[in-house]
Write a protein that binds this ligand. Structure first.
Ligand code: ADP
Ligand code: MG
Length: 153
């Protein structure tokens, strides 16, 4: 299966999906997080980071564009590109170097940096559904496919 979808009735379910992803990913994975403001992208990222051993807060890197978490197993870079507007900033900030075989990159609002970002291995789409959320995860590469397979077993 290259798609997995379901419902997330409450915040804990979003955190749990993030934790499940944490156990399924491999270093070098790029995950795009799609969804409107409030859809749960940062919540999912928090569940993932906590499961990888991060203690403490996960803030939305809305103004800094990226927040990095050097963890025991790998370094996670959490991007929020909502306010990203200047393509030159991509090079100036050295964002290209954040992507590589040893890091996990989570990217909120990837469409804001279209053409600059490396392609996604996994795309996670979140949407408001009643009082909860729905999700769909699509694998876009072999790495993403392996991850999705581990997620389902
Ligand atoms: P985004 O990063 O997509 O803008 P956030 O992760 O900041 O969204 O979440 C916005 C709000 O949605 C938070 O208050 C969070 O608790 C809530 N939330 C997250 N997942 C769910 C869910 N499955 N059901 C209901 N509320 C949720
Ligand atoms: Mg967010």
């Amino acid at each position: 299966t290259s798609v997995r979808q379901g419902s997330l009735p409450d915040e804990d379910a979003t955190l749990a999906l993030g934790a499940a992803l944490a156990h399924a990913i491999a270093p070098g994975t790029v995950i795009y997080l799609w969804g409107d403001l409030g859809a749960g992208k940062t919540t999912l990222s928090r569940g993932l980071l906590t499961a990888l051993g991060h203690h403490g807060r996960v803030k939305s890197p809305t103004y800094t564009l990226v927040e990095s978490y050097p963890l025991a197993s790998l370094t996670v870079h959490h991007f929020d590109l909502y306010r990203f507007a200047d393509p030159e900033e991509w090079e100036d900030a050295g964002f290209r170097d954040y992507f590589g075989p040893d890091t996990l990159c989570l990217v909120e609002w990837p469409d804001k940096a279209e053409g600059l970002l490396p392609r996604a291995d996994l795309v996670v789409e979140l949407a408001v559904a009643g009082s909860g959320r729905s999700y769909r995860i699509t694998a876009q590469t072999d790495i993403g496919q392996s991850c999705l397979t581990r997620l389902s077993t």
